[in-house]
Design a protein around this ligand. Sequence first.
Ligand code: ATP
Length: 360
Amino acid sequence: MNTTDNIVEKKIAVLLSGGVDSSVVVYELARRGLKPDCFYIKIGPEEEAEWDCTSEEDLEMATAVASRYGCRLEVVDCHKEYWDRVTRYTMDKVRAGFTPNPDVMCNRLIKFGAFHEKRGRDYDLIATGHYACTETDAEGRKWLVTSPDPVKDQTDFLAQIYDWQLRKALFPIGHYVKDEVREIALREHLVTARRKDSQGICFLGKVNYNDYLRRYLGERPGDVLELETGKRIGSHRGLWFHTIGQRHGLGFGGGPWYAVKKDVERNILYVSHGFEPRTAYRQDFPIHDFHFLTMPVDMQRITFKIRHTPEYHPAVLEQTGPGSYIVHAEQPIQGVAPGQFCVVYDERHHRCYGSGEITV
Ligand SMILES: Nc1ncnc2c1ncn2[C@@H]1O[C@H](COP(=O)(O)OP(=O)(O)OP(=O)(O)O)[C@@H](O)[C@H]1O
């Protein structure tokens, strides 16, 4: 736990998913003599029965962990809010040809959003099993700080939460690496100790992302052209099924092909030929609507991420307007897609300052 968190006097809600990470959160609080209230957020898979997944087992696990530590567990239904808010954001972006990130918006809109409106507002702190840390500076400002586990670090998923949400957030396992969390769970004989990590888009679980898109947007076939020559390579079933930077699953002969650009108005997907074509890389690109997590910072030399990968890229930021910047990366970056969040950290990738959306 972060040393700056004085939690003993606080009313704490734990978001308990039935996974190993949030189970260890309950243990970490319980061993300090605390008895937090636990909440399982229920989000169903829309109407379709075949989309049903492991949620029943998750709830059973969450119930067992809460009762082991004498904590209350309540189920909070955020189904409507998820499908209204996160799905709307996702479909709006995708329809406009952008690459959205539902996991990022889920933290702002659901875990620290809809849950807060329903139950979280009655608590001083909301604890989750995210791999992220916080630190408080001499002026009492709380900053989001990266986890010591570069592979599991989830600060990028938290880079759109509001300042008040960050102030209420508690990450009791954020200072551990994943192996340590598993060891604790095994040592304490938690029922969740051997459960697999959740995969895919949070709350959508096993739902196939393309099926999810197809359900809302259908199909809209169009041409696939080679960017350099304008030659027709094949057809696509909807621009939303493709991401800039995509190399696999294009399914055209004479490859390898690489998705490099979308023309939404003309419904054309542009591809380049080769394993690593020059057009797949960008070194300078604009971002807009920059969201600061704690407070505006004068950002110049920074590091950043555009995908959930362990690497941080060094860059210089040039401000072009309120909330708008050009990212001048030290090295060319592969698969820069409009709509993706560019998450910005200090030079040592310690503090996360916030994130902006990559502009067209
Ligand atoms: N259905 C849920 N109900 C309550 N909280 C949840 C739920 N799903 C996720 N969370 C919270 O969000 C955190 C991060 O979620 P994520 O989907 O990344 O899971 P994870 O890293 O596999 O964690 P866990 O092992 O706790 O499931 C969880 O640790 C938990 O605190």
